[in-house]
Write a protein that binds this ligand. Structure first.
Ligand SMILES: [Cu+2]
Length: 317
């Protein structure tokens, strides 16, 4: 770390842990120093103008305005520096990030599916193939709607909140969302990307330091946004293989994945989880609302709605 990096640290940026991060850091450092210089420069100019054009010295307004061209030259220089920063550094760096993805056989591909208020991860398992996902199969016990009848999905690994990746290997994360727009942000990896319903947005990074890093949602996505955090664990290759084995064993024995994240205080406690809203005209799920006694249906009505045929939320197999 050179002395220029002091301003990034001062502003709370965690140390970089990715292969490309130093390029982002250089631009950030330059921008922060440039903005600091502009702030000091314009502040001095402002104070000078207040004194120079005070009423005692300038009792009558002068319509001719400023005769010196210094401020014009200064403003032109600032515009030039900003144009060079944007066209010469920021846009080429961004272009490299979005155009030069690592080759598919080299990278680890993971699907990241955001929802209020957690991140789900889908890994292809030992066969390297992702199982088919269907929005109609999404339920509390199958948060990603993986088709139980698809052989490619049998060994898939699904986790919520925590992802493990091996060190020094590129990771391509394809972002999508089940409900609203989220943003998958890993500050230590200097990477972020929006997770938008109906879109698949790939981002990539290569972790270069083992450790545990924070993942946060960087889009205001609802009342529980503040708690939408996760963990990225960068493992040594051996630890990563051990984790994969552990997850595969868990997937084999566990029929019910972990319960969905609890709703934060203030969030409506309606029974439906995002993605499990029944289609219009379909049977309504039994209401789990404990707040309003009037909301719970009459036992006779429950008899009508509960045993609707073909509406079992439990995936077969
Ligand atoms: Cu979010």
């Amino acid at each position: 770390m050179n002395s220029l990096a002091l301003i990034n640290e001062f502003l709370g940026q965690p140390p970089n842990a990715s292969a490309h991060g130093f390029q982002i850091d250089h631009i950030l450092e330059f921008c922060h120093w440039f903005m600091a210089a502009l702030f000091v420069g314009w502040s001095v100019f402002f104070i000078y103008v207040l004194l120079r054009f005070r009423k005692r010295r300038q009792p009558h307004a002068d319509h001719a305005g400023v005769r010196s061209h210094i401020s014009t030259h200064l403003e032109f220089s600032v515009v030039m520096i900003e144009a060079v920063l944007l066209l010469g550094f920021a846009i080429p760096l961004w272009a490299r990030r979005v155009n030069q993805f690592p080759p598919g056989n080299e990278a680890l591909l993971v699907h990241v599916v955001a929802q209020q208020f957690s991140f789900n991860y889908h890994l292809p398992g030992a066969d390297g193939q992702f199982g088919r996902r269907d929005v109609n199969l999404v339920s509390n016990s199958n948060p990603l709607g993986i088709d139980p009848n698809d052989p490619a999905g049998k060994d898939d690994i699904v986790t919520t909140g925590e992802l493990h990746v091996p060190v020094n290997r590129p990771v391509v994360a394809e972002l999508s969302s089940k409900d609203v727009i989220h943003d998958y942000f890993v500050p230590d990896m200097r990477i972020a990307g929006d997770a938008i319903p109906g879109s698949l947005i790939p981002i990539w990074f290569t972790p270069v330091k083992t450790g545990t890093y924070e993942v946060i949602c960087a889009q205001l996505c609802g009342l529980g946004h503040y708690g939408m955090k996760g963990t990225l664990v960068v493992d040594s290759p051996q630890d990563y293989q051990a984790w994969l084995k552990e997850r595969a064993e868990l997937a084999g024995t566990q029929t019910t994945p972990p319960a969905p994240a609890q709703r934060p205080p203030g969030e409506p406690t309606g029974g439906a989880t995002p993605g499990t809203i029944p289609p219009p005209g379909g049977p309504k799920p039994p209401t789990a609302d404990a707040e309003g006694a009037g909301a719970s249906p009459h036992p006779a009505q429950q008899l009508h709605t509960a045993p609707a045929s073909g509406a079992s939320p439990t995936p077969g197999g």
